[in-house]
Design a protein. Structure first.
Length: 740
């Protein structure tokens, strides 16, 4: 009997250690990625560090209680299995109803709180655990192919996932299969990779290659084998923020339930066994937490940029150094830059590099003062004894930039050998940057940037995944509710540190996650900082989902500190009662105060229009902060010669004011403006306190979001659903509520 118990106990012991390895390390993962490399290190940590030391600890504790060995392993397994997932993540995975461990949901100061099982975790990613495997179609029947008699023939397919480059982020990516030949046992071998650059599995070529190897396989059989391989399990990867505190608290609760609800006879020996159980459990928790804490440090460490490039318009380089500008145009990679412009729709097929410069007959004559100024600006070299006339004549020889192409953007990724020379032209590059575009996992980007922008941001507008598969977007959009909350909350918590005290946090969402998101934001920003929920009529035609037609989405608005936020205002979109003068008067109405709101408006036969964007941009030198009044005179002459009446915002003394709107917005709205008694009026864009329901047609995503984006991208291969992009008016109204 004792011999049987000993063997039985050892079997349970091995079962426990195997299970602990599986739940600690997670399922075996193949392929390559930074996170998977960490999991492999974690596996070695268990095998070489945890396992032998843990065995020693258990043997030491059981010297006094040898008969407790089997129960010890049974109890340890029953506790730890609750908190480890298939990916090795530590959280509330499974608690049976009959083991009613309570959770601390309420506090003294908050009577309602949102709890979700992954709340105290960092979300890393969601991925499929693709493993190398061999499939036999006969062993894996598929209803779809049941009518195909050939489908039941025994065909073996081996899929090698060892070289799979796993996803870094949550983008949707499909698999591609490459045929690697036939094994001796007639098994067909395939290598598996995620698609890159639009590559697809070449099924026709694979079938031809298989046929050459003397194996008869139909296209249906091949497609079925691919699909069966892709059915492997999808898991979420997390890191516990404080694994030791979490597991110790849960173990104490579990012990309380176990000791006081299931035990009635407490002998000294039984108390000693329970104390041994607790010491062993605490040792396991310490081993586990040590590695998990290291993962937390790695996850939260600010990351280095893999690469950085600068996009600089040609005029900014040319006005600082013609020599540097010429080097750009003569660079060996200029063809790659031209191809990029053409792909983006910035140039046509007739474009040449000479098009960037104005032809001599198109250039307006320069004044003597302007010629001298240009010679000085471009550091034009002359002999020390040269006269002023010689210098200005030399300046006349300099080319002028075309109004159409002067702002072409040069991306330094094509010109790495010139990058330092170009960047050195700017005295304070950081201040002159108009914006930053960051390609990164969201949390890592925010975590890296938060110190630089701490408490400096006036408004944060985010449009997270709505967690519905209703639209073909390019990222995962069907998370578990708990995973989705963790994903969004960790980014919001990091972004919150960038908000200024008077800043607003605005989150776009639809009804699927609205109920959870609002409570989560209450916890993050405090309920007293909740301002409102604004519903927008984003899709007037409606989108059928869950038995109803969806026409609206929502924007939750929270303050960082509501005491610091003043009155909120938006533009009235539809008000036909009064006409509002478009010319700005009063505060900040002078041209030098708001230079981007100065431009001519053209009128002919009562119809208003604007000059081209290139002409508008040439009116004001943003780098030199100066107006080009010579060019303004040329514009006036040009359009008056074409029969237009040119309207400028002026005072009676001839000094210039500005319009109420910048050029881009006026360009979109010009058809709604009115010309009356020599002045321009708008049909009701006065300011008003925002309402909670926005129904104007301008807020429709299909027309003023997706269609606008398609017109910008001009690429038929880009798939955009009607709700992919927000209406530009929705975003504009939202971010202007707190500050015009």
């Amino acid at each position: 009997m004792n011999r049987f118990m000993s063997k039985h106990s050892r079997a349970n012991e091995q079962k426990f250690f195997d299970a602990l390895r599986d739940i600690f390390v997670g399922a075996r993962i193949e392929g390559e990625s930074g996170y998977i490399n960490l999991m492999r290190i974690k596996s070695r940590y268990y095998t070489e560090g945890v396992f032998p030391r843990l065995q020693e600890k258990i043997d030491e504790e059981l010297q006094t209680f040898p008969a407790f060995r089997e129960e010890l392993f049974d109890k340890l397994y029953s506790f730890f299995r609750r908190y480890f997932s298939e990916s090795g993540s530590i959280y509330f995975r499974h608690t049976p109803y009959y083991q009613d461990i309570y959770e601390r949901i309420y506090t003294d100061d908050r009577d309602v709180m949102l709890f979700w099982k992954t709340q105290n975790l960092y979300y890393v990613k969601t991925d499929r655990l693709f493993r190398t495997m061999t499939l036999n179609l006969e062993d894996a029947p598929d209803q779809k192919f049941a009518s195909d008699a050939s489908a039941v023939e025994r065909k073996s397919f081996n899929f090698d996932a060892s070289g799979l480059q796993n996803k870094r982020n949550n983008e949707k990516r499909s698999l591609i299969f490459e045929y690697k030949g036939k094994a001796d046992d007639e098994t067909l071998k395939f290598a598996v990779q995620y698609t890159e650059g639009g590559k697809k599995t070449k099924t026709d070529e694979i079938l031809k290659a298989i046929k050459r190897d003397g194996v008869a396989v139909s296209e249906d059989q091949l497609t079925r084998a691919f699909r069966l391989f892709e059915r492997q399990s999808e898991v979420d990867f997390f890191i516990n923020k404080n694994a030791q505190a979490f597991l110790e608290e849960q173990f104490d609760l579990w012990m309380y339930q176990y000791l006081f609800k299931r035990e009635s006879d407490w002998t000294d020996r039984r108390i000693g066994e329970m104390q041994a159980l607790k010491r062993v459990a605490r040792s396991i928790i310490a081993f586990i937490s040590q590695f998990e804490d290291e993962l937390v440090r790695i996850w939260n460490k600010p990351k280095f940029a893999l690469r950085s490039n600068y996009v600089i318009t040609f005029d900014r380089v040319f006005t600082r150094s013609e020599e540097a500008a010429r080097k750009l145009l003569a660079h060996e990679n200029i063809d790659a830059q031209i191809a990029e412009w053409r792909e983006l729709g910035m140039i046509d097929e007739q474009f040449t590099l000479e098009s960037i410069f104005r032809k001599a007959e198109e250039a307006a004559p320069k004044t003597k003062k302007k010629r001298a100024k240009q010679a000085e600006t471009l550091s034009f070299e002359t002999d020390a004894g040269a006269s002023e006339n010689e210098a200005t004549e030399a300046a006349d020889a300099l080319p002028e930039l075309s109004a159409k192409y002067r702002y072409l953007p040069f991306d330094t990724k094509h010109f790495k050998s010139l990058e330092l020379e170009i960047l050195s032209l700017f005295d304070n590059l950081d201040e002159e940057l108009d914006g930053r575009l960051i390609h990164s996992e969201n949390y890592q980007a925010l975590n890296t940037l938060k110190n630089k922008f701490r408490e400096q941001v006036k408004c944060i507008y985010i449009d997270p995944p709505y967690n519905t598969e209703s639209s073909p977007i390019a990222y995962i959009n069907n998370y578990k509710h708990s995973s989705w909350l963790t994903l969004v909350s960790q980014s919001l918590d990091s972004a919150k540190q960038m908000l200024s005290e008077e800043g607003l946090q605005i989150v776009a969402i639809d009804d699927v996650e609205l109920r959870f998101l609002m409570v989560m934001l209450d916890q993050s920003f405090a309920q007293e900082n909740y301002i409102t929920c604004i519903a927008t009529l984003c899709n007037p035609q409606g989108r059928v989902a869950n038995k109803v037609s969806k026409t609206s989405e929502y924007h939750l608005v929270y303050a960082k500190n509501i005491e610091k936020v003043g009155n909120l205002f938006v533009d009235k979109i539809e008000n036909k009662r009064n006409l509002t003068p478009f010319k700005r008067t009063g505060t900040n109405s002078r041209r030098d105060k708001r230079p981007l709101r100065f431009y001519p408006i053209l009128e002919k036969e009562g119809v208003l229009s604007l000059p081209t964007k290139e002409e508008y941009q040439a009116l004001y030198d943003r780098d030199g902060k100066k107006f080009n009044d010579d060019f303004l005179d040329q514009l006036i002459q040009k359009y008056e010669a074409e029969g237009f009446h040119v309207i400028l915002p002026k005072l009676e003394d001839g000094s210039y004011l500005v319009w109420q709107r910048e050029y881009e917005r006026a360009k979109r709205e010009i058809a709604s403006y009115t010309y009356k008694n020599g002045s321009v009026y708008t049909p009701g864009f006065e300011q008003e306190i925002p309402k909670t329901c926005w129904t104007a047609s301008l807020f429709a995503n299909p027309e003023y979001g997706t269609e606008l984006l398609k017109n910008i991208i001009k690429n038929d291969e880009v798939v955009l659903s009607e709700n992919t992009a927000k209406s530009i008016y929705t975003v504009e109204q939202m971010i202007k509520m707190n500050d015009d």
